[in-house]
Write a protein that binds this ligand. Structure first.
Ligand code: SF4
Length: 76
């Protein structure tokens, strides 16, 4: 399996990625809500129940299902 994206990865930090959506920086990202998670993001490559999956913004790594980043987008 692919390595998990580390919250401290510079690319992760650039997008405000956290492996737990509850830890997102709400001051920096006022549109964040704890209901927004990687596994319900339009870009997530996996099912809504998956604990981890791919994301095109972080090629070669797996993002946490309950993670979040500032590029979160609602599924159509
Ligand atoms: Fe998670 Fe979506 Fe950000 Fe990818 S774009 S890291 S799936 S919130």
């Amino acid at each position: 399996a692919q390595a998990k994206l580390d919250d401290k990865d510079p690319q992760a930090q650039a997008l405000g990625y956290v492996s737990d959506t509850a830890k997102a920086d709400g001051k920096k990202y006022p549109k964040h809500a704890n209901t927004q998670t990687c596994n319900n993001c339009a870009l997530f490559q996996g099912k809504a129940t998956d604990a981890a999956g791919g994301c095109p913004l972080f090629a070669g790594k797996q993002v946490a299902g309950k993670g979040w980043c500032s590029a979160w987008a609602k599924k159509a």
